[in-house]
Design a protein around this ligand. Structure first.
Ligand SMILES: [Zn+2]
Length: 296
């Protein structure tokens, strides 16, 4: 009868190998890397950015607590501080999850546009936020350094656009205009990769706002959940993105993303990802390049 056995020497070699593999996996998993995650928050926007220097940023919070699952997965286990939260505009699908975020995390700085629709929930949100965090009103073009080597350029709304609606900049101003036209548009570069985050801004304003930013812009979070109000041929020709990210909910009642937008992207041969189909979308930035990670 043949007997198979493992010698003591083989066992030691296998154990050492296993420890090395485990070590490599652990280091790879914990190696500081900058990343952008479009969280699957259903119908809304919730984008998490981690910078390798240890900075955590949230652009919009989605409508509810669904943002927490994404943050729980993407943030370091012991990290309970979000350094910057930007709320693009005063629509619930962009700020509704802020209360849930506060239950689990401290927020150091909150940036909002001081224009709203008159909804009491938005006033409540600002007042509650003031109790626990530093609230900043965005006053038009500003450069906000979020780490020693990353700056968020607020390229919309510009000061002129805002002053048509409010004068003192210290108080919330009600508007009957389309709230989407007040969406905060952020241009930034991480590891030399240009990124444009657009809120729900209409494409004509985006075209105007992005006139002077460097092109092409490799990563575009397209506006308004893939609505046809947020993207057109001229904008695509101008930005020339390498990847378009769309945040929308499954079977949402607005029909986002619009079939025309998807057809347009296909005709330009630009890859795109939609949270409604792909789930959460993650991009890593390393060594001056970006990498699309598997969806989750
Ligand atoms: Zn929206």
């Amino acid at each position: 009868m043949e007997r198979s056995f493992i010698s003591k020497k083989q066992l030691i070699v296998a154990s050492v190998f296993a420890v090395i593999v485990a070590g490599v996996i652990f280091i790879a998993h914990n190696w500081p890397v900058s990343k952008l995650v479009v969280c699957d928050v259903g119908q809304g926007d919730g984008i998490y950015i981690h910078l390798k220097q240890g900075v955590d940023i949230l652009i919009d919070t989605g409508p509810d607590e669904s943002i927490l699952e994404c943050l729980g997965r993407e943030m370091a286990f012991m990290d309970h501080t979000i350094d910057f939260v930007f709320i693009s505009h005063a629509h619930f699908d962009h700020y509704g999850g802020f209360g849930a975020v506060l239950k689990r995390y401290e927020v150091a700085h909150l940036y909002v546009v001081p224009v709203y629709t008159g909804a009491k929930t938005y006033v409540r949100f600002i007042n509650e936020a003031r109790k626990v965090t530093k609230v900043h009103y965005i006053h038009g073009q500003e450069d906000i350094p979020v780490s020693p080597d990353v700056t968020f350029h607020i390229i919309w709304p510009d000061a002129q656009w805002l002053t048509r609606e409010y004068t003192d900049g210290q108080n919330l101003q009600k508007t009957s205009k389309d709230m989407n036209t007040f969406s905060t548009v952020i241009y930034t570069t991480i590891e030399k990769t240009g990124i444009l985050l657009t809120g729900d801004t209409p494409f004509d304003l985006l075209l105007h706002a992005t006139a002077s930013i460097p092109k092409p812009v490799p990563i575009l979070k397209t506006s308004h959940h893939g609505s046809r109000t947020g993207l057109n041929e001229r904008l695509l020709n101008s930005l020339k993105p390498s990847l378009v990210l769309i945040s929308s909910g499954k079977n949402n009642r607005y029909g986002h993303p619009h079939a025309e937008v998807l057809t347009l992207l296909k005709s330009f041969d630009i890859p795109f990802m939609v949270t409604a189909q792909d789930g959460g979308i993650r991009i890593d930035f390393r060594g001056g390049r970006w990498y699309r990670r598997p969806s989750f």
